[in-house]
Ligand binder design. Structure first.
Ligand code: FE2
Length: 210
């Protein structure tokens, strides 16, 4: 069962009060990108795309957390509320290679559960792919072309094994959606030309007062 758009927006707002940061605006923009793209893909429901986009990072409500932690927290949060479709996206959005991400034995219980879940999903479905791609297109200050986002992230965190393979997965998803839409994904992302040319400084968390 999916929450309504109003419920999803409200939950994101509450989560943003619990853990303020650019992730909240980023989540809103992932929702908008997913909705606009889904609008032109006959097999996709644009309201569902919007809602799962808004909630994909909801696990960040518990604090500034790494990939397995925010994935797991989001999955738990949605599952506890009976929202299986949103829970799935909380899991799959960070693993573009799906089961192939897990050719190792995870150490923590959380990661073991993530591995089991992702394996049980099989291949990525259209909604998994949509949010994996929109996650890369949407920043807190708007939409940017994939090349820009990939370079920004790599400059910030360094190049890691399989990065370029991951980029290629996202470019394949882009081409696939564009064939279904009959236009470029960039045609439906407001002001992408302008925001792509902006240079925004990396965000740093506010200092805690003791
Ligand atoms: Fe995200």
């Amino acid at each position: 069962m999916l929450p309504t758009i109003e419920e999803a927006l409200k939950e994101l707002h509450i989560a943003g009060e619990l853990n303020p940061g650019p992730w909240v605006k980023h989540s809103e923009n992932v929702g908008i990108a997913a909705r606009n793209i889904a609008h032109l893909v006959p097999a996709l429901d644009e309201d569902k795309a919007y809602i799962i986009g808004l909630l994909h990072d909801i696990g960040r409500r518990v604090g500034i957390v790494n990939i397995p932690k925010h994935v797991y927290e989001g999955y738990k949060y949605c599952t506890d509320r009976g929202r299986d479709e949103a829970a799935r996206i909380c899991m799959t959005h960070s693993y573009v290679f799906m089961k192939d991400e897990f050719n190792y034995d995870p150490e923590t219980l959380e990661e073991k559960e993530i591995k089991q879940y992702i394996i049980s999903c099989g291949a990525a479905d259209e909604y998994d792919k949509l949010i994996q791609m929109c996650d890369a297109l949407a920043t807190d200050y708007g939409f940017v072309i994939l090349e820009k986002r990939f370079v920004d992230v790599t400059r910030r965190y360094g190049i890691m094994e399989d990065y370029i393979k991951g980029w290629n997965v996202i470019f394949e998803i882009k081409e696939d959606f564009e064939n279904k839409m009959g236009c470029s994904i960039y045609d439906v992302l407001p002001d992408i030309g302008k925001t792509t040319l902006l240079n925004s400084k990396p965000w740093t968390p506010p200092r805690q007062e003791n």
